[in-house]
Each structure stands twice: as C-alpha cells, then as structure tokens.
Design a protein around this ligand. Structure first.
Ligand SMILES: [Zn+2]
Ligand SMILES: [Zn+2]
Length: 373
C-alpha cells in the first residue's frame, strides 16, 4: 500500500489542507493552491490517476447502487482480514516506521510530524464518493472547546489542561449516506363526532370516513456511522451537515488531518436504514391527513423503488478523555458548522464542595431560624 504525502510544487515542503481558505497551504514557503490549481500543476501520481479513473468510470456507468457495490470489489481485494493490532508503513519524508491500526487512512509521522495519507485505504472499494472538507480550523476548534467546557459545571481540570487541549484532533470519519424513493399507501379510518342537545335529548352524530392516501416519497441523506470502534453517540451526535457543500473526494483533503476507513458495510446498516426510512415515510403520509377529530391507521405499506448509497467522509473535531473511573468521555464537534456533542466527566469533589456549601447554608438558616423563635 502506498503512503502519500502531498508536496509543494514550489519548494517540496509538506502541503496541508487549510480550512479557512479551503486551499492547500505549504508550511514552509507559505504558497497556497486550490484543488484545481494543484491538479493542473502537479502531474498526478499513479495512485491518484487510478482514483480519478475509477471516479470517472463510476460516473460513466451510472449504475444502480447495488451494481456499483459489487463492481468495485476487484480493486480492494488486499484488505487484511487478520486480527493483528498494528500495521507498519514507512514515512516518505524521513523513512521512520509509522504504526497505524487497521482503519487509519490518514495520520502524521510520529518522528517528523509530516502528514501522510495511506492511499490504499481510500481507494478501490474504499474510495469515498464524497467529502465535506473541514471549514473550522484547529485554532477555532480549540477556542470553541474551551468555551463549551467553561460553560459546564463540575468538569475536572484534567479534561481541559494544556496537554489535553493539544490532543484535540481533526478527523475525517467514514459515514454511509442514503437517498431513497418509496411509494406508499395508507388506509385509515377518520371520525368526526358532533354532540348537541335539544330539550331533554342529547344527540351524537358520528361521521366515519375511509381515508386513503397514495404517494411517492423521497428521502435524502439518511446518515449512518460506518466505523465500528466509534462511539455511536460521538459519530452521530454531530449530525447533520450541510450537504450542499459536498465535494468530490480527493485524497489531498486528508493531508494534515486524521482519517479513518470504514469497517461497517452497507449490508450491516441496510436494516437500520430501511427501518428509519419506513418510520419517516409513514409519518410523512400520516401528516398529509387532516380534518378529523380521530384517526386510526388501519394499514400502511411502503415500498422502496430506488435507493442510492454514498460513502462519505465528514469532518469532526474530537477530544477523548479517560476518566478516573476508567470510563471514556467524548467531546466532538461538527468540523463544518461547529455543532457540539459532549459527554463530559463530572468531578465528584467539585459536586461535593457545592453540596457541603448548600448544606452549610441551610444549616445556618436553620440555626438562624432557631434563634428567632
Ligand atoms: Zn512551498
Ligand atoms: Zn517522518
């Protein structure tokens, strides 16, 4: 598997993607390039050529998603199935060994700290269809993290000390995103009841309606985490993203960030996505029925006519922290819009102190009350 680091065409320094300008920036000579400029200036590497060839083929074929799924197997046959913990690569800049786990797709060299992309993990059947690049950089992410932590009570100092803040990482996490067309049919019984009185007699009029709804339903961007080891809450707590900013995938976007490759397949998530689609679809159909005081749904059939799945990389800033209780705590932030999901540790000592303070206050009031009597 090839290890790629992106080099500046001017000085051969390391290029990293810069969220604020959405360009690639050279750390050494301060040049900046857009994706298009870079593609024109730099002869594509063999790996990149293969990637763009695959992308073109995908577009040309315009196949149903299931065919696309089967068709790409041939390119990704080298995935290791073994249970070994670490995998070793050589850093193209300094030659040192880079140890990664099975799902790492982009990382940094431990010794020279240059960004590297493990191209084999984002090509072949693992070539993402799309990506949303980071728009929040590390500085902004750190600031937001501190603001968030300070707005919460009882968070232990160790969660946001300097060492911990330096560990804040920008990670591209893998997701599956599904669009669905369904046809639906709903049968229900609607009732309107009118009660009135005339003299000593109370009249009740019940009108019963048979309600029938048929319609086509289109659902977009049902998004699911595609990495087993991810905390589901962390990965899905940062949703949704603005998908109008989706870009075609280029490996260069990963440069300067961490990235993970999926280990959950479409087949693993199909049932869950279908279930979600049924639920949304059923609700949409029900919501078209109005004007009855009682409605009971007799039956609701939904049939999937067409579905399209995209494998997509989404940007997340994340901090993890192992609490003294041994539990893992997560902070994650949407790298596009800054939406935060956090599961913060609680410092028991801080809660205690507040508890004692309140108790002392109540006790004092009690004493005061006693004296007044
Ligand atoms: Zn340069
Ligand atoms: Zn290195």
């Amino acid at each position: 598997m090839a290890v790629i680091s992106y080099k500046c065409p001017n000085c051969d320094g390391e290029l990293v993607f810069h969220p604020a300008t959405q360009k690639y920036k050279c750390e050494y000579c301060a040049s900046a390039f857009s994706q298009e400029e870079l593609a024109q200036m730099k002869p594509a590497t063999e790996e990149e050529e293969r990637v763009s060839e695959l992308q073109q083929r995908r577009q040309a074929e315009d196949v149903s998603s299931r065919d696309m799924w089967d068709g790409n197997q041939e390119n990704g046959g080298r995935q290791s199935q073994g249970g070994e913990e670490g995998v070793m690569y050589r850093c193209p800049s300094c030659g040192a060994e880079i140890v990664t786990d099975q799902t790492t797709a982009a990382t940094f060299c431990y010794y020279c700290h240059n960004p590297v992309v493990l191209s084999g993990r984002v090509s072949g059947q693992f070539l993402p269809h799309k990506i949303i690049p980071f728009s929040i950089d590390k500085e902004q992410a750190t600031k937001k993290f501190l603001e968030y932590v300070h707005s919460k009570k009882f968070v232990p100092k160790a969660f946001f000390n300097k060492q911990q803040i330096e560990k804040i990482s920008g990670v591209y996490f893998p997701y599956w995103m599904a669009d669905m067309d369904m046809s639906g049919s709903l049968q229900a019984e609607g009732k309107n009841i009118r009660v009135w009185r005339s003299g000593e007699t109370e009249y009740t009029e019940t009108k019963i309606y048979h309600v029938q709804r048929d319609g086509n339903i289109h659902l977009e961007d049902i998004t699911k985490n595609a990495l087993k080891k991810n905390s589901l809450k962390l990965a899905e707590g940062v949703l949704p993203y603005d998908v109008s900013k989706v870009q075609e995938f280029h490996m260069g976007y990963l440069s300067g960030f961490l990235a993970e490759k999926r280990d959950l397949e479409r087949t693993d998530l199909q049932a869950e996505v279908s279930e979600d689609a049924r639920e949304f679809g059923g609700k949409l159909l029900r919501d078209t029925v109005g004007g009855y005081s009682h409605l009971s749904v007799r039956s609701c059939q939904l049939r999937t006519e067409r579905e399209n799945w995209d494998y997509i990389m989404l940007p997340v800033w994340t901090v993890t922290y192992k609490g003294r209780d041994g539990k893992m705590y997560y902070y994650s932030m949407n790298g596009q819009n800054g939406k935060v999901y956090g599961e913060l540790p609680v410092d028991a000592a801080k809660v205690w102190i507040l508890g004692i303070a309140i108790f002392a206050a109540v006790f004092l009031l009690g004493l005061l009350g006693g004296w007044m009597l």
